[in-house]
Design a protein around this ligand. Structure first.
Ligand code: SAH
Length: 399
């Protein structure tokens, strides 16, 4: 370990005291403190500072990050009163890595840190073959950059680190979107491997941090379930990762994405693996409206989040209803539908209800063959329901 991980700890600038009873959830691993749960703040901390978090009785609950303009006044960083320095971040990172199994997943692309669910509120780190992409959501993590950045470099042996902080949530924290190099030089395209397939990942300009690492388990499942010569329609295909897996299994694949450059990337990925398949640039909603009835063994529906905020919930439900409603007639009898929601705003229950309503409107019976969530490198902390965002239903059309 070099000196960088022994950098001076960030200073504690005051204390946030909770209202009576509010300490319970913090003691039960929930990391967020809302404004209305605070009874007082001492020491006049500025936003982005570290503070002590105290119960109404004055007991220390831990060290938290502070933001007076955020809906979340404090976010718990450590339950113990330890210095927030390189050693602290190295411990967090090593704990997170111990939960992950890239060798078992046969990949060099994985999420090394998933913010609150890995005990580092506001910090996401994705690894793509030693090139890292980070997303910072809070001012405190922004200010702590000099403390955690050297730890990422060393522990993950980073060749480069690139910032992709464009998530909608930054606005709520009064932060502007930010992208750019943090260390070294990130190539425009980085090649990664997953379960024997190679993919080109545009870390600097792609969606999310370049690749949907979080669909890894679903890709594996699809590969195991698709049979040779089945017809697979991969809507919202992005890099064509589902298409590639289905094609390798011997299926006839059509991927559809609305962005020409994305469709092009999907074609390049198929080619890179010597796989057959067609990729079209089209609007998935329109494509389904005119799809040939009974043509497909599989239809994969993995739309973008659509609803990042609560007020967009109805449009998300409407979009999913429409997709399922139009996908059902395009499936063969006994055909299968994978429908995903990557928005926290549409939970598993709503996803099921929406699919059920669409199926009812079509007079079609649907069997749930499987339910899946995000993979273990995007931990779903049960005590922090907000950490569950990806839910998928594997449905079978029966009649
Ligand atoms: N299934 C992909 C990830 C999907 S991300 C994977 O596993 O990698 C969502 C994709 O939907 C993006 O590539 C985006 O360009 C595309 N998209 C958004 N709106 C669309 C629309 N109306 N029709 C088709 N594609 C759309």
């Amino acid at each position: 370990m070099s000196n960088s991980t022994h950098s001076d700890p960030a200073l504690i600038h005051g204390a946030v005291r909770l209202k009576p009873g509010r300490e319970k959830k913090i003691r039960s691993f929930y990391p967020w403190v809302q404004r209305e749960e605070v009874s007082g703040v001492t020491g006049d901390p500025t936003s982005g500072a570290l503070v002590k978090l105290e119960s109404a009785a004055g007991e220390l609950l831990g060290i938290a990050t502070y933001d007076k303009s955020s809906r979340f006044t404090a976010r718990l960083l450590s339950r113990d009163d330890v210095p927030i320095d390189g050693v602290f971040f190295e411990r967090k990172l090593r704990e997170a890595l111990a939960l992950r199994d890239p060798e078992g997943w046969r990949t060099n692309a994985f999420r090394a840190l998933f913010a609150e669910a890995d005990g580092v509120p506001g910090l996401i780190v994705d690894c793509y073959a030693n090139h890292l992409a980070v997303q910072i959501r809070t001012l405190a993590m922004e200010l702590l950059k000099p403390v955690w950045l050297p730890v990422l470099q060393e522990v993950l042996q980073a060749e480069s680190i690139y910032e992709r902080s464009e998530m909608a949530g930054r606005k709520e924290e009064s932060l502007e979107p930010k992208t750019g190099p943090l260390w070294g030089e990130t190539p425009d395209i980085v090649e990664i491997e997953e379960a024997g397939l190679r993919f080109l990942v545009p870390i600097k300009g792609g969606l999310k941090t370049g690749f949907y690492i979080d669909q890894r388990d679903n890709r594996r499942k699809l590969g195991e379930r698709v049979r040779p010569n089945q017809k697979v329609l991969d809507l919202f295909c992005y890099t064509g990762a589902f298409s590639a897996v289905a094609s390798r299994a011997g299926a006839q694949v059509l991927g559809v994405d609305i962005l020409p450059e994305t469709a092009d990337l999907a074609r390049r990925n198929l080619k890179l693996n010597g796989l057959e398949g067609t990729i079209e640039t089209a609007n998935a909603f329109e494509y389904l409206e005119s799809a040939e009835p009974g043509a497909w063994d599989w239809i994969l529906l993995d739309p973008p989040a659509i609803a990042k905020a609560r007020d967009k919930r109805d449009s998300l439900k409407w979009a999913v209803w429409k997709l399922v409603f139009n996908a059902l007639p395009a499936l063969k009898p006994g055909g299968r539908l994978l429908v995903c929601s990557c928005s926290y705003q549409m939970g598993l229950t709503e996803l099921g209800e929406t699919a059920r309503l669409a199926a009812n409107d079509r007079g079609c019976k649907l069997i749930v063959e499987d339910v899946s969530v995000q993979p273990p490198d995007h931990p779903y902390l049960l005590q922090f329901p907000e950490s569950l965002y990806l839910k998928c239903l594997w449905l079978r059309k029966c009649g």
